[in-house]
Design a protein around this ligand. Structure first.
Ligand SMILES: Cc1cc2nc3c(=O)[nH]c(=O)nc-3n(C[C@H](O)[C@H](O)[C@H](O)COP(=O)(O)OP(=O)(O)OC[C@H]3O[C@@H](n4cnc5c(N)ncnc54)[C@H](O)[C@@H]3O)c2cc1C
Length: 408
C-alpha cells in the first residue's frame, strides 16, 4: 500500500485520537472525526469552573490545532462496517472509507442505574457541564436573601458531589472555595455546605498514602464534609437520598454533581469487536483490536494488557497510547512488524481548591501554592501542539491565573 495514499480515519478527537492524528498527519490522508468542535484537556476542567483558565486555554477548537494535512469532520460516528471498511457519521450521507481505522471515542458518565441520577444529577466531563454547574452555583447564591440566617444560607447553598476519586475531591474543594468566596463577596452570613459522598471506605482509592493525607487535609481545610461508606440511593430534583450503615437520609441540595464512574461510549457498545465484561475493547499489546488487522483502539475504551491499574482510564495513558498507535499505523503501512511499549505513570497532579494543589512526582508529594504553579507548568507541557503550548504558557505567565468569582 503506498503510504501517501492510505486513508487513515481517526474517530474521536480527545487525548487518544487527536494526538494520534497529529503524529500521523504526514503518513497518509488523515481524517479526524469528532462529535465536538474542540479538544478538551479534561484535567483542567476544575480550573475552568473556577475561572482560573479560559475555554481557549483548555478547549481549543480543532481548527486552531490542525492544519490542512488533517481533514476534520464534525459529527458522531454511529456505525462501522468492518467488511466494507467504512464508518457512518450522523448527518452525513456518504460513509467514510478507510484503510486504517483508529477508535478513540472515550467514555461517558456512568450513573450506574441509580434512580433519578440521569434526570437530576449534573455530569462533569465537558465544558458545557462546567458552565451548567457554575451557573447553578451562581443562581443559588443570587437567590439567597442578604439578611438570611446562617442556617438558611447553609441549607440553600448545599451541594453534593458523588464520588471521592480524584475527580470528586478536586471538584468538591474547588466548589467549596468558590462558594465560600461568593458568600464573602455578597456579605452572606454562615457558610455553604459541600458534601462528598463515597461508597468506599476512603477518599482517592488507589492513590499513594502521602497523597491521600494531603487530600484529606485539603478537604478539611476547604470545609468539605466527607461521607465515606455511604451509598447514593436516589437523586431527586431538589436533593439526594443516601444510605450509611443501613440508615437512609434525605438531604436537600441545590445541586448534585456526579463523578462516580465512567462507562464505555454507547457507539462502542454497538460494535462487534472483542470486549471484556465492562465493554472495553480488547486490544493486543500493539493496540490493534483483536481479530482486525487494520483497526486500533486506545484510551478510555480500550483494554490493553499489562497496564498498571492506576493508569487505566487516564489521559496520561491515552496520550502514551497515541504514540504507539501512530507508530504501528506507520509500521503497517510500510510493511514493518508492529511494536509494543511500556506505559509508565507520569505522576499525579491534583487541584485542591483555588489556592492549593498536590503534585506527586518522583515518589515525592509537594502541596500548596507552589504545587499549584507546578501543576500549571506540567500541564502546559502536555497541551497539544507547541504553538498552543506557547500561547497558553505565555498567557498564564503574563496574565496570571486568578479565580473568577461566581457572578463575574
Ligand atoms: C473532569 C475530568 C478530569 C480528569 N482529570 C484527569 C487527570 O488529572 N489526569 C488524567 O490522566 N486523566 C484525567 N481524566 C481522564 C482523561 O480525561 C481521560 O482518561 C482521557 O481523556 C481519555 O482519552 P480518550 O482519548 O480515550 O477520550 P477523550 O479524551 O474523552 O476523547 C474522546 C473524544 O471522542 C469524541 N467522541 C465521543 N463519541 C464520539 C462519536 N460517536 N463519534 C466521534 N467522536 C466522538 C469526544 O467528543 C472526545 O473528543 C479526567 C477526566 C475528566 C472528565
Amino acid at each position: 500500500m503506498a503510504d501517501t495514499k492510505a486513508r487513515i480515519l481517526i474517530v474521536g478527537g480527545g487525548f487518544g485520537g487527536l494526538f494520534t492524528a497529529l503524529e500521523l498527519m504526514t503518513a497518509g490522508e488523515v481524517t479526524l472525526v469528532s462529535n465536538e468542535d474542540h479538544f478538551l484537556f479534561a484535567p483542567m476542567l476544575y480550573e475552568y469552573l473556577s475561572g482560573e483558565v479560559e475555554a481557549w486555554h483548555i478547549a481549543p477548537h480543532y481548527k486552531e490545532l490542525i492544519d490542512d494535512r488533517i481533514r476534520f469532520v464534525q459529527g458522531a460516528a454511529t456505525e462501522v462496517d468492518f467488511a466494507r471498511r467504512e464508518v457512518e457519521v450522523a448527518g452525513r450521507v456518504r460513509r467514510f472509507a478507510y484503510d486504517m481505522l483508529v477508535l478513540g471515542v472515550g467514555g461517558v458518565t456512568n450513573f450506574w442505574g441509580i434512580e433519578g441520577a440521569t434526570e437530576h444529577a449534573l455530569p462533569f466531563r465537558k465544558i458545557r457541564h462546567a458552565d451548567d454547574l457554575r451557573r447553578r452555583m451562581t443562581d443559588t447564591l443570587d437567590r439567597i436573601p442578604p439578611d438570611a440566617a446562617p442556617q438558611d444560607t447553609r441549607d440553600a447553598a448545599t451541594f453534593a458531589v458523588v464520588g471521592a476519586g480524584a475527580s470528586g475531591v478536586e471538584l468538591a474543594t474547588k466548589m467549596s472555595d468558590l462558594l465560600r468566596e461568593g458568600f464573602r463577596r455578597r456579605g452572606l452570613r454562615g457558610e455553604p455546605r459541600v458534601l462528598v459522598v463515597e461508597m468506599g471506605q476512603q477518599v482517592v482509592p488507589g492513590m499513594d498514602e502521602e497523597m491521600r493525607a494531603v487530600v484529606e487535609k485539603a478537604l478539611s481545610d476547604a470545609r468539605v464534609e466527607v461521607h465515606t461508606g455511604t451509598r447514593v440511593v436516589s437523586v431527586l430534583a431538589d436533593g439526594v437520598r443516601i444510605e450509611h450503615g443501613g440508615v437512609e437520609t434525605e438531604i436537600k441540595t441545590a445541586g448534585v454533581v456526579w463523578t462516580a464512574g465512567v462507562r464505555v461510549n454507547p457507539f462502542i457498545e454497538e460494535l462487534h469487536v472483542p470486549k471484556d465484561r465492562r465493554g472495553l475493547v480488547i486490544v493486543e499489546p500493539t493496540l490493534r483490536v483483536q481479530g482486525h488487522e487494520n483497526v486500533f483502539a486506545l484510551g478510555d475504551i480500550a483494554l490493553a494488557p499489562d497496564v498498571a491499574p492506576i493508569l487505566a482510564g487516564t489521559a496520561q495513558l491515552a496520550f502514551q497510547e497515541s504514540d504507539l498507535v501512530a507508530k504501528n499505523v506507520r509500521a503497517l503501512l510500510e510493511g514493518r512488524p508492529l511494536v509494543t511499549r511500556e506505559f509508565v505513570a507520569l505522576g499525579e497532579a491534583l487541584s485542591l481548591g483555588t489556592e492549593n494543589a498536590a503534585v506527586l512526582a518522583g515518589g515525592r508529594v509537594v502541596s500548596g501554592v507552589l504545587a499549584r504553579q507546578a501543576r500549571f507548568a506540567l500541564y502546559t507541557q502536555r497541551l497539544p501542539t507547541w504553538q498552543h503550548r506557547l500561547k497558553v504558557g505565555s498567557s498564564w505567565f503574563l496574565g496570571g491565573k486568578s479565580p473568577r468569582p461566581l457572578g463575574l
